[in-house]
Write a protein that binds this ligand. Structure first.
Ligand code: NAG
Length: 222
């Protein structure tokens, strides 16, 4: 009886873990062009509802959103991410994909961040990037990328992209394995959350003084 009970327990634990590791659900149709017409859907669902498939056209599967550079001036780190997602490319709905154009100013940085729901593959189109991620054993994997070279950031792991050139901008394009990857920027998550993480947590976590925490918050614009 006891063995059977633990078997059931293990089975359920495994199925829960398996569920967490899964990518976006597989589509049940050829496509499900996102119906972005209704600002507020009364129905809350996992993804967006589809338009009538007979109304689908090539334009639903096309976007020029990534053709223009993002403005990197307003950002303290010197980066700008432009997304192609179901808002501007409604054909992506249910496909488990997002694209991102990353523009980096000279010396610009996409600070350490993680995507809880997606792995990411990045190709450098222009400039020289230093990219890397840290795994759960705290090993750091990093690489310099020249145009045409690509790198993969495993799902959920903290990673960064840095333009090492001091005089020229850099451009990269990423594919992400979810239509809603989510992005948790580590500096913002730790120092600019609302409400703030209590100072005594951060002073202990980083082994610094309260003044230093205040200074980091201020430098990050918090
Ligand atoms: C990114 O660039 C776009 C297009 O230039 C701009 O509208 C937007 O404000 C920029 N975002 C940030 C965070 O600077």
């Amino acid at each position: 009886m006891k063995t059977k009970h633990s078997f059931v327990h293990v089975f359920f634990t495994l199925s829960i873990l398996w569920g967490l590791a899964k990518p976006d659900p597989h589509p049940l149709q050829d496509y499900c062009v996102a119906d972005n017409s209704k600002a507020q859907h009364s129905l809350h669902m996992n993804g967006a509802p589809c338009i009538n498939p007979t109304r689908a056209t090539a334009s639903h599967f096309t976007t020029s959103a990534l053709s223009k550079p993002g403005n990197t001036d307003a950002n303290i780190f010197g980066f700008n991410v432009t997304l192609a997602n179901i808002a501007n490319l409604p054909g992506l709905n249910t496909m488990g994909l997002t694209m991102a154009r990353v523009d980096l100013a000279p010396d610009g940085l996409v600070p350490p961040h993680a995507h809880p729901r997606a792995s990411e593959v990045t190709i450098c189109l222009q400039g020289t990037l230093l990219v890397g991620f840290v795994d759960t054993s705290f090993r750091m994997f990093s690489q310099h990328l020249r145009p045409g070279e690509a790198f993969v950031f495993p799902k959920g792991l903290i990673h960064f992209l840095y333009n090492i050139e001091r005089k020229s901008p850099a451009v990269a394009v990423s594919g992400l394995s979810s239509q809603n990857p989510g992005a948790q920027l580590t500096p913002a998550a730790l120092f600019r959350s609302k409400p703030n993480i209590p100072d005594e947590i951060l002073t202990k976590a980083f082994q610094v003084t309260e003044q230093e925490i205040v200074r980091i918050r201020r430098n990050l614009g918090g």
